[in-house]
Design a protein around this ligand. Structure first.
Ligand SMILES: O=C(O)CCC(=O)C(=O)O
Ligand SMILES: [Fe+2]
Length: 207
């Protein structure tokens, strides 16, 4: 299938700003539900306006196109990194190539494309806000010698002007914060200032 056909197949025409915005709007239902469940796991039972803004105050979508590559072994698709988001909602086509790093280990696990499914990644902002209870996932994409690949991540983020740190609900009972308050736009700038380097960005927020 040609890249353009693939995009159309997923409801995203190349000039389809409206479709992308519609996809993002529709995804909000899923995102809110996921965040609600994740907050429950932290004993934060109500997502008030402040928390909603911190958790999902801004969203960004990328349309990633990975052309097939004559020398995949000499090429990096996307280097190892964790996203700076709260959550990333990733739609991938049927080609595959996304790997996640095992928690506390060196194994890389392939994330097989499953028709009709989305991949949900925890990002650094949620690791910081949950005071380390939820861990952002390190991931990378390997180049493919035979097929073009497309992926469409929605990055669910705090707003650039938000100060993020462990949620007050978590540290009010005497839990020791392991991250400081950082301006989210500074955190993102720090991420983009350097190359992809695994999970090193998070050190920027460590106490
Ligand atoms: O293409 C993918 O599967 C993941 C891309 C990615 O990690 C990113 O855009 O941050
Ligand atoms: Fe990523």
């Amino acid at each position: 299938m040609s890249p353009k056909k693939k995009l159309l197949h997923y409801g995203l025409s190349l000039a389809g700003r409206e479709q992308v915005l519609d996809y993002m709007r529709k995804s909000e239902v899923v995102i809110k539900q996921l965040l609600k469940m994740l907050m429950k796991g932290l004993n934060v039972n109500e997502i008030d306006e402040t928390n909603e803004s911190l958790l999902m105050g801004s969203m960004r979508t990328n349309l990633n196109y990975y052309p097939k590559c004559p020398n995949p072994e000499l090429t990096v698709g996307v280097g190892r990194h964790s996203d700076v988001s709260t959550l990333t909602i990733l739609l991938q086509d049927e080609i595959g190539g996304l790997f996640v790093r095992e928690n506390n280990g060196d194994n890389w696990i392939h994330v097989p494309p499953i028709k009709g499914s989305l991949v949900i990644n925890v990002g650094d902002a949620l690791q910081i806000m949950s005071n380390g209870k939820y861990k952002s996932v390190e991931h990378r994409v390997v180049a493919n010698g035979y097929n073009n690949r497309i992926s469409v991540p929605i990055f669910v983020n705090p707003r650039p002007s938000d100060m993020i740190g462990p949620l007050p609900e978590l540290i009010k009972d005497g839990e020791k914060p392991i991250y400081k308050q950082v301006l989210y736009s500074d955190y993102v700038k720090h991420f983009f200032r350097k190359g992809h380097d695994g999970k090193k960005t998070i050190a920027f927020a460590e106490l």
